[in-house]
Design a protein around this ligand. Structure first.
Ligand code: AMP
Ligand code: ZN
Length: 472
């Protein structure tokens, strides 16, 4: 079996081979910390989390870098509008970003370099580009990358250079360039920048967005590394420009595999701040959903396919997770000892592991990996109904759940249920007391109260169990 990824650079599914055996160096474009990230952004970070976890599951040690863009047009614009200094302003959203990663159970990268901490590295790279003749100082004292002097430009996006670049983050009044297609490496200070500037050999100014990622990826991962990712909107011009800057500066191939995730859509339009059709994670939590449900929704579609976001989709995620939880609880409640069903369990795990891994290896085909896990649950449920399972078989099966969860990150294996609030537990105790007194009307009314508060009572052979249910 071999891990395969669709490489945007070649437009082909390729067998993955790391530069160093057993190690993968991964750069993932991170958030611009000018506001709360929306769940479209989190689709990209979730895809990267599944990629990271899959690489680890397949035996790689992953070294991941995710940048924090804490200086650009938007951070400067909004911090000034809020009448705050840039660092104080972005700190709030950086903190919120890390809280959101925790809510979604996204594994931490090894490095989160902030752009403002790496301006000297950016200046050094720009200096090299000037020395090598790939860059020039424009009439407006900004420094630009000259696309004409770099013939490889366009190899990732496969764009026709005779056409003007669209969607580029340049200001309309940037007339200091030789060609409209050139992009800024260093932006000379102007009034809009206020007190945000660094001194450089070309005067006061600030780095362009693209050079941030080039300088930080090379600093932490070297000139040539394995995988670079982002949402498909990053492909051009951001990633194209990163390649141009790095390869022109270092003379080496920059990245072997480029992976891009498709957009999260709302009513078939890209979810974005500018379109105003976005939900932040916090909006959805306020609506009563939890991080696990949002994680499930975002990870369950293939990363290269559009995912249309709906609240109904989140409710469906809740039902699926309930089935997943019920399965673990059921396994844990089986109390027989010994080796009953051990051979059967061994076979089921082997078949399921193969299907699970095959799905992941096929360009992170989560539908196939999820189907493998559902098939596993189905087979185990059947075995429990028909033959019964002993403790050793159950341990084996629970270990496989744990193994799957190294990638899924949603299965509750410790305590299979979220902890029950004291008020709900008190109602349940009262209901039990009413039943003992054969006051069934009272017991039923308490059950209704518990249900209205979002909990269900299951009467099992081992006693009653409280399970969280949909509040909608
Ligand atoms: P930004 O903060 O705009 O630089 O975006 C951060 C990450 O989110 C990038 O990888 C983008 O490509 C990605 N992204 C932005 N909007 C969406 C969306 N609607 N669906 C998926 N990824 C997105
Ligand atoms: Zn980037």
């Amino acid at each position: 079996m071999a891990l395969k990824f669709y490489n945007t650079l070649s437009r082909k599914l390729e067998t993955y081979q790391s530069i160093r055996p057993g190690v993968t160096d991964l750069y993932t474009c991170g958030p611009t910390v000018y506001n709360y990230a929306h769940i479209g952004n989190f689709r990209a970070y979730m895809f990267e989390d599944i990629l990271r976890r899959t690489l680890a599951y397949c035996g790689y040690t992953v070294r991941q870098v995710m940048n924090l863009t804490d200086v650009d047009d938007k951070t400067i614009r909004d911090s000034r509008a809020a009448d705050m200094d840039l660092a104080t302003y972005t700190r709030t959203f950086t903190k919120a970003f890390f809280e959101d990663l925790d809510t979604l159970n996204i594994e931490k990268a090894e490095h989160y370099p902030a752009a403002t901490d790496h301006v000297p590295e950016m200046i050094a790279m720009i200096d090299t580009l000037l020395d090598k003749g790939y860059a020039y100082v424009g009439d407006d004292k900004s420094v630009y990358f000259s696309i004409e002097r770099y013939p490889d430009y366009g190899k990732l996006a496969r764009i026709d250079l005779s056409q003007q670049r669209s969607g580029v983050r340049i200001k309309a009044d940037e007339y200091g360039k030789e060609s409209v297609a050139d992009f800024a490496l260093w932006k000379h200070w102007d009034d809009d920048d206020g007190d945000v500037y660094w001194d450089s050999p070309w005067g006061r100014g600030r780095p362009g967005w693209h050079i941030e990622c080039s300088a930080m990826s090379v600093k932490y991962l070297g000139n040539h590394f394995d995988i670079h990712t982002g949402g498909v909107d990053n492909l051009f011009p951001h990633h194209e420009d990163e390649i141009a800057q790095c390869e022109a500066a270092t003379g080496e191939k920059f990245v072997n595999y480029w992976l891009h995730c498709a957009h999260l859509l709302v009513n078939n339009e890209k979810m974005s701040k500018s379109a105003g059709n976005f939900y932040t994670l916090r909006d959805l939590i306020k609506k009563g959903f939890d991080g696990r449900e949002i994680r499930w929704l975002l990870m369950s579609a293939h990363y290269r396919q559009h995912l249309n976001f709906t609240l109904e989709g989140l409710s469906a995620a809740r039902s699926v997770l309930r089935r997943i939880d019920d399965f673990v609880v059921r396994l844990k409640e089986l109390s027989a000892e010994g080796d009953a069903g051990l051979d059967l369990a061994t076979d089921v795990v082997e078949v399921s592991r193969l299907a699970f891994r095959k799905g992941l290896e096929d360009d992170l085909n989560m539908s196939a990996a999820i189907a493998a896990y559902f098939d596993f649950m189905h087979r185990v449920n059947k075995a429990v109904d028909e033959a019964g399972l002993g403790g050793n078989a159950i341990d084996l099966l629970l270990n496989f759940c744990r193994e799957v969860d190294r990638v899924f990150g949603v299965i509750h294996l410790g305590s299979a249920e979220p902890s029950v609030p004291a008020a709900i537990q008190a109602l349940a105790d009262e209901r039990l007391a009413a039943r003992r007194l054969r006051d069934f009307d009272r017991a039923d009314s308490l059950r209704d109260d518990i249900h209205a508060a979002g909990w269900r009572i299951d009467d099992t052979p081992k006693g009653t169990r409280l399970v969280r249910v949909s509040r909608s």
